[in-house]
Ligand binder design. Structure first.
Ligand SMILES: *[C@@H]1O[C@H](CO)[C@@H](O)[C@H](O)[C@H]1NC(C)=O
Ligand SMILES: *[C@@H]1O[C@H](CO)[C@@H](O)[C@H](O)[C@H]1NC(C)=O
Ligand SMILES: *[C@@H]1O[C@H](CO)[C@@H](O)[C@H](O)[C@H]1NC(C)=O
Ligand SMILES: *[C@@H]1O[C@H](CO)[C@@H](O)[C@H](O)[C@H]1NC(C)=O
Ligand SMILES: *[C@@H]1O[C@H](CO)[C@@H](O)[C@H](O)[C@H]1NC(C)=O
Length: 786
């Protein structure tokens, strides 16, 4: 296959190999391994693998398993990928006497634990396979790291319906990235990129039928394994071999940060890895690898990303975040625009309209007429196919791809026609090659060559067929077994407090849904008391919440989210057509009752609510296992506990809505008038900045004590309450803050809140702060109650 690929894996790696370090084979009950100078390790009997603390950068440190003899100590598993511990201190992992393996940070906080309380557990071993296990006296395995892989599958490690490999977010971190390998509910092993913008499946080739990809939907056992010879076999008939197939080589299958899945083999003498298999031979076929507005340029090994003219990269170290326009995107809605042709380039999906063949001029005017259109793609293959685009995602360029994208740019910008291939002209003698290929115009898709023209005409049909499969598969699973086994396995692993309830249990708990607490777009909420006397709020989801491919995964994700400013979810019910969620009950109900009603919060309480809500949203956006966009931030969804501390309700529901299939935009059904960011109306893709907007409206409403939301109202005639408030703000808080407080409020806090609120409701989402920034600025004035 390919020769050596040397990916510069880590910025700065240090391993604690000081004189005092000692290695051991067994961690007995009561033993621990501590970070620091006298760090200890646990090694496998044949010394292939080591468990210990692994540091990156200057301060962060992970409990990890790595290949002892690879040159860069390649990590295959971490316990705490999203919560590193402090390297300079007394963080440690202990096998407690009660049988739980616990990782604690410097200050003693528990960062991770195995939840295996059992006095039967005798010791922890690291096996020769790289599996960390907790064994009982009799030798039974009671817990194993193989059940919760990170981004790597080792030989003999089973890959099942409940496992998932998730890439790291960058080369300098183990944090969860956007690329995933798992079995879809259609039983097919697939690669999916799951970014805040979209969720797209890109392997097996989405443009081919399942059997054309050599896969099958019919075997529901969903199991795969890489054996010691480098042969991979999956129940969906996927089968492949490492190019150096045979015994005696150390290998790993890794979901790489560039979205490709690769087998690496270790050269025992040099300690370097070489790629002996990879899922996609063309790295630009990884959807989302270059992020929004960016273009992936054909490059033989690793993808190269670039921004089109008029756009600038957001974060050069992480191209998944894409490029931002250097102009106000609203300008594209006017007719004062130019189109700039970028040859050999296209963006995949997000088509507003496709037509029968038309002329370039017609295609151009279709894009000009539609204010949602940001670019159009035109393919002159005898006929002219025209695709007008609502967003520029999954961009790619290949020298032999005979189509152009025409991007809309404001008149004021006049960049020249770009040469995307300039940088890499060595590999692509573009013009000559085109001549050779002639008018057949094909684009290399992996090892196959697929005619683009046909692909698009079939895309719709294929989509429909696939949707049918998904629905049929769902129906089958659901009717026959009630609930797929994967779910049961999944939620058993989650904390025991999160569980499935039967419909009759919830009916009884709510006395046949007698006491309605509220009603919203997603459904109605009822008060109930469970048999263990816990008071709960039971939400009946509306019909828009159809079961879809990812439903169970999403519910268990929501179940795992735990933060003091988020409403805790105790469980769910899925029976026939009933879909219910069970939440903790909060005494003081929702914020709207305490801002717009006759009872109202004190200033101190308001500030605490603003800060707590920001913390909850920041957690969802930035810290949570999977990024979650709330999509419906409003006072009705902010609940108050008995101390008037805020907890956000209804998060994660946007992900439960029916998705429209791969490549479609994030669902648009949610959101509440008055709190919706302008991009909803503009059909721009939805990012976490919609929550920032909703939050801004809520904050300003808390300051004023009245509703302000004015989305959809006519501009020009003075505008709605929100825009007129923003326009009239001159930095003077007197007379602006809710009169019912009779002047009892913190001046600096009020000014901070209003500034934050106004920044959050900027029309241009790039100008809105992130929730993390909001938390920082509000914390700065937390104690200034002048
Ligand atoms: C143990 O349970 C806690 C919450 O109950 C959970 O956050 C954690 O992920 C669990 N640990 C493992 C290894 O399953
Ligand atoms: C499904 O796949 C598993 C694992 O590859 C295999 O053992 C089993 O025989 C298959 N079942 C059917 C019905 O083909
Ligand atoms: C993998 O190798 C085995 C022999 O070790 C062979 O039987 C099998 O056909 C190979 N599979 C593929 C997909 O090449
Ligand atoms: C390992 O690397 C050395 C030096 O590059 C090379 O000579 C040797 O053939 C390699 N071994 C394997 C098994 O590829
Ligand atoms: C697509 O464009 C054609 C021609 O301009 C127009 O008649 C049709 O209504 C459009 N369809 C959609 C869904 O916008």
């Amino acid at each position: 296959m390919r020769g050596l690929i040397t990916i510069p894996i880590f910025l700065y790696l240090f391993i604690f190999t000081t004189a005092a370090s000692k290695s051991r084979l067994i961690l007995n009950r009561g033993d621990s391994i501590t970070v620091g100078k006298e760090s200890q390790f646990l090694t496998s009997p044949d010394a292939t693998f080591t468990l210990g603390f692994y540091g990156l950068g200057t301060n962060a440190c992970w409990l990890a398993i790595w290949f002892t003899n690879s040159a860069d100590k390649t990590v295959v598993w971490t316990a705490n990928r999203n919560r590193p511990v402090n390297r300079n201190g007394a963080a440690k992992v202990t096998l407690r006497r009660d049988g739980t393996m616990v990782l604690t940070d410097v200050d003693g906080t528990v960062v991770w634990q195995t939840n295996t309380t059992s006095f039967d557990i005798a010791a922890a071993h690291l096996l020769n396979t790289g599996n960390l296990v907790l064994r009982s006296q009799k030798g039974d395995i009671l817990w194993q790291s193989f059940d919760s892989p990170m981004n790597t599958l080792l030989p003999s490690q089973p890959f099942t319906k409940s496992t998932r490999l998730t890439s790291v977010s960058s080369q300098a971190s183990f944090a969860t990235g956007i690329f995933n390998l798992y079995f879809g509910s259609d039983n097919v092993l697939r690669l999916i990129s799951d970014s805040p913008d979209t969720s797209t499946s890109y392997w097996p080739n989405p443009d081919l039928r399942m059997y054309e990809n050599g896969r099958t939907n019919y075997n529901s056992s969903r199991i795969a394994v890489l054996d010691d010879h480098g042969r991979f076999l999956s129940s969906d008939l996927l089968q492949f071999n490492a190019s150096d197939v045979g015994p005696g080589v150390k290998r790993r299958l890794t979901m790489d940060y560039d979205g490709n899945l690769r087998i690496y083999s270790l050269n025992g003498s040099t300690g370097l890895w070489s790629v002996t298999w990879q899922a996609l031979s063309q790295p630009c076929n990884v959807k989302g690898v270059c992020g929004r507005n960016a273009i992936c340029v054909y490059a033989p090994l690793l993808p190269k990303c670039t921004c089109p003219p008029g756009y600038v990269v957001e974060d050069e170290t992480n191209w998944n975040t894409g490029c931002n326009p250097m102009f106000n995107p609203k300008l594209l809605q006017s007719k004062e625009v130019n189109f700039l042709q970028i040859p050999h380039t296209d963006f995949y999906g997000f088509d507003l309209n496709t037509t029968d063949p038309v002329t370039l001029e017609t295609c151009r005017s279709m894009c000009l007429e539609d204010f949602r259109c940001v670019a159009f793609s035109y393919r002159l293959l005898g006929q002219g196919f025209c695709f007008i685009k609502s967003a520029m995602l999954n961009g790619y360029a290949a020298p032999d791809f005979e189509a152009s994208i025409y991007i809309k740019l404001p008149d004021t910008l006049a960049p020249s026609k770009p040469n995307i291939f300039h940088a890499s002209s060595q590999t692509c003698g573009s013009d000559e090659r085109e001549e050779l290929i002639g008018s057949s115009s094909m684009y290399d898709f992996g090892s196959r060559r697929v005619k683009w023209v046909y692909m698009y005409s079939f895309a719709a049909a294929l989509g429909a067929i696939e949707l049918m499969f998904i629905l049929l598969g769902w129906w089958f699973l659901f009717q026959k077994h009630g609930i797929p086994a994967s779910v049961e396995a999944g939620y058993n692993m989650i904390s025991s407090q999160f569980r499935q309830y039967t419909y009759s249990e919830l009916k009884k708990a709510t006395k046949n849904f007698a006491e309605e607490l509220g009603r919203g777009g997603s459904g109605s909420v009822y008060k109930g008391v469970l048999s263990d006397d816990r008071v709960v709020a039971v939400k009946k989801l509306g019909d828009v919440f159809q079961a879809h491919e990812e439903y169970f995964a999403e519910i268990s994700t929501i179940g795992k989210i735990n933060h003091m400013n988020l409403v805790r979810i105790w469980g769910f019910c899925l029976e026939r057509r009933h879909r219910l969620l069970v939440y903790e009950y909060l005494d003081n109900l929702s914020l709207d009752r305490h801002v717009f009603g006759s009872s109202f919060l004190s200033w101190k309480q308001r500030y605490a609510v603003a800060l707590g809500t920001a913390k909850g949203l920041a957690y969802l956006h930035h810290e949570c296992l999977e990024w979650v966009i709330h999509c419906d931030v409003k006072p009705e969804n902010i609940l108050l506990d008995s101390d008037f501390q805020p907890k956000i309700a209804d998060f994660g529901l946007a992900k439960l809505l029916q998705r429209e299939g791969d490549g479609s935009e994030f669902t648009r059904i949610r959101g509440t008038k008055g709190y919706m960011a302008p991009e909803w109306a503009l059909s721009l893709p939805i990012t976490s900045k919609v929550d920032v907007f909703g939050y801004g409206v809520v904050v300003l409403e808390m300051v004023r004590g009245v509703r302000l939301g004015n989305w959809g109202e006519e501009e020009g005639d003075g505008g709605g309450a929100l825009s007129s408030f923003v326009r009239r703000w001159r930095g003077e808080v007197e007379g602006v803050v809710d009169g019912r407080l009779e002047g009892r409020f913190g001046r600096r806090q009020a000014a901070a809140l209003i500034q934050v609120g106004i920044a959050c409701v900027e029309d241009d989402r790039n100008k809105r702060p992130t929730m993390a920034t909001v938390v920082q600025s509000l914390m700065a004035c937390e104690y200034e109650e002048d």
